[in-house]
Write a protein that binds this ligand. Structure first.
Ligand code: SF4
Ligand code: SF4
Length: 433
C-alpha cells in the first residue's frame, strides 16, 4: 500500500487526553435545549417561532438568510420558553431559542421511512440538502448548498473527495462516526456526487484505516469511478492545500485529471444521507469530550442544543479546576466562555485542560531556534513575518507573503517562546486583503 504525504513541514500531533476511538456512547437528552440561530458561517437565521410556541422534533425554527446562512431545526419536542443572547470569545453575539422538553418524539426511537433518491435530479437533491440545513460539520459551518452553488462555475471534471484524514487526534469523533456509519457515509458521498454533478469519487484515508477504506469503496458501488488513497499522519495533511498536493500527484500517476475538488468529511456526508434518505435535519452529532481536566473522556452522540456543562458532567466532571475550555481542536478551536454554551452542528470536540496541559501563557522573546520555519508546510518564515506584523511600516514586500499562510497553527504550537505567530500572521493577512 503506497502512502502519500506532503513534502515539507508539519508535525505529528498527538494528545493522550483525547478519548478512545473504540466506540461512542449516547448522551442523555437534556431537559432544556439551547438552539443557536448561528451554527454556520453566515448571518443569523431568522426565527420562525416565538416564545410560548410548541415545536416538534426536527421542525424548522429558524430560516437561513442568504449565502453562508442555513436553516435551523428543533432537535427535541417541546415549548420555546425564552430567547437568550450571549457574547462569544470572538466578540460575536449569538442568539438562541431555549426549548423545554415536552411531548412525544417523532423521530427518536421510530423506524425511519426511507425516501429513494436515485430518481431525483441534482436540483431536487440540492433543495433537500438546503432545506434540512446541512453545513460542513467538520469545523467551517459553510452550507453545503453554497458549495454546490459554487461548483456551477467550476471547471470540469469535478471530483468529490471524501476526506477521512485524522491528522489531528481531536477528530476522533469523526473517526468513530466513520466506523459506526460507514455505509451511510458512502451513500452520502454518492448522493453528494449526484447533487453536484460530480463525475468521480476519491476516498482518502489516514494510513492504518485500510479495512474502512475498502468498506467505503464496496458500499459506494460502481455507479462512478472510485479511487482509494492513503495518506501519512503528519498534521496538517487534511488541509485543502496539502490534500490537493498529494491528490494531484496521485491522479497524475493514475492517468486521470482531478479537475475541481470538493472535499467533504464523514459527519457532513452522513448528514446529507440522513437529510435525503430519511428527510431528517441534523438532530445530533458525534463529539469528542476530553482533556486533562475531564475524568472520563468519551466520544458521545449528543443532541444539538445540549449544554457543554451537561456533557462534562456526564463524563464524570472535572478532576480539578480547568484552565482552558474550548470547542473544536485545541489547535484551531475557539474558547468557550460559559458552560451553558450548547453543542452546535460544528462542535466535533469539546475539551477542558488543566494548567499543566497548557504549559502556561508566559511569553518570552524569540530565541531564534528556527522551529517555526521547520514546520511551516508553505515554506514561510513565521518568525520574520511575526516580527514584521509589529512594525508600523509593515506593508513591505516581506509581509505580503502573510497572505500565503493558511492558518494551520503548526508554527505557534512548536514555538518554545509561546509567541502568537499564526494568530498575528493571519490577522495581518486579513488587514492587507
Ligand atoms: S500558521 Fe501559517 S505561518 Fe504558521 S506554519 Fe501554518 S502556514 Fe506556516
Ligand atoms: S519558533 Fe518561536 S522562538 Fe523559535 S524562531 Fe520561531 S518565533 Fe523564534
Amino acid at each position: 500500500m503506497k502512502v502519500f504525504s506532503f513534502f515539507r513541514g508539519g508535525f505529528r500531533y498527538t494528545d493522550v487526553t483525547v478519548p478512545s476511538h473504540d466506540s461512542s456512547v449516547t448522551a442523555f437528552l437534556p431537559g432544556l435545549s439551547v438552539i443557536p440561530l448561528v451554527q454556520h458561517i453566515g448571518s443569523r437565521a431568522n426565527p420562525v417561532v416565538a416564545v410560548g410556541d410548541r415545536v416538534s422534533e426536527g421542525m424548522l425554527i429558524g430560516r437561513g438568510q442568504g449565502l453562508g446562512s442555513a436553516n435551523i431545526h428543533a432537535t427535541m419536542p417541546g415549548r420555546v420558553v425564552r430567547t437568550v443572547s450571549w457574547k462569544m470569545a470572538e466578540g460575536i453575539t449569538n442568539d438562541a431559542l431555549v426549548i423545554k422538553l415536552e411531548g412525544g418524539f417523532t423521530v427518536l426511537g421510530k423506524k425511519a421511512e426511507v425516501f429513494p433518491w436515485q430518481g431525483l435530479s441534482p436540483f431536487e437533491l440540492q433543495r433537500i440538502i438546503a432545506e434540512y440545513g446541512i453545513v460542513e460539520m467538520e469545523g467551517s459551518g459553510r452550507p453545503v448548498s453554497d458549495m454546490f452553488y459554487a461548483l456551477r462555475s467550476a471547471h470540469d471534471p469535478l471530483t468529490l473527495v471524501v476526506r477521512c484524514v485524522f491528522d489531528d487526534p481531536w477528530l476522533v469523533a469523526d473517526h468513530v462516526l466513520l466506523k459506526e456509519r460507514v455505509a451511510a457515509v458512502a451513500e452520502g458521498a454518492c448522493i453528494a456526487a449526484r447533487a453536484g454533478r460530480i463525475s468521480r469519487l476519491v476516498f482518502i484515508l489516514s494510513r492504518g484505516l485500510r479495512e474502512l477504506g475498502q468498506r467505503l469503496v464496496d458500499a459506494a458501488g460502481s455507479a462512478l469511478p472510485v479511487s482509494l488513497v492513503y495518506t501519512g499522519m503528519r498534521y496538517p495533511q487534511r488541509n485543502q492545500r496539502e490534500l490537493e498536493l498529494i491528490l494531484r500527484r496521485y491522479a497524475k500517476k493514475q492517468g486521470y485529471e482531478l479537475g475541481t475538488m470538493l472535499a467533504l468529511g464523514p459527519a457532513t456526508l452522513a448528514a446529507i444521507h440522513d437529510a435525503v434518505k430519511f428527510k431528517k435535519p441534523i438532530l445530533d452529532r458525534y463529539v469528542a469530550v476530553g482533556g486533562s481536566a475531564i475524568k472520563e473522556p468519551k466520544v458521545m452522540k449528543v443532541r444539538i442544543g445540549t449544554r457543554i456543562g451537561e456533557i462534562f458532567a456526564e463524563c464524570g466532571g472535572f478532576t480539578d479546576k480547568p484552565k482552558r475550555i474550548g470547542s473544536g481542536s485545541p489547535l484551531l478551536g475557539r474558547t468557550v466562555m460559559d458552560l451553558d454554551e450548547p453543542v452546535i452542528k460544528t462542535s466535533y470536540a469539546v475539551f477542558a485542560f488543566l494548567a499543566a496541559q497548557i504549559g502556561g501563557h508566559e511569553r518570552s522573546k524569540c530565541i531564534g531556534c528556527g522551529e517555526c520555519r521547520a514546520v511551516c508546510p508553505v515554506g514561510l518564515d513565521p518568525e520574520t513575518l511575526y516580527k514584521l506584523t509589529g512594525c508600523s511600516n509593515a506593508r513591505d514586500e516581506g509581509l505580503s507573503r502573510a497572505a500565503e499562510c493558511h492558518g494551520c497553527g503548526c508554527c505557534e504550537v512548536v514555538c518554545p517562546a509561546r509567541l502568537p505567530l499564526s494568530t498575528s500572521i493571519i490577522r495581518s493577512a486579513l488587514r492587507g486583503a
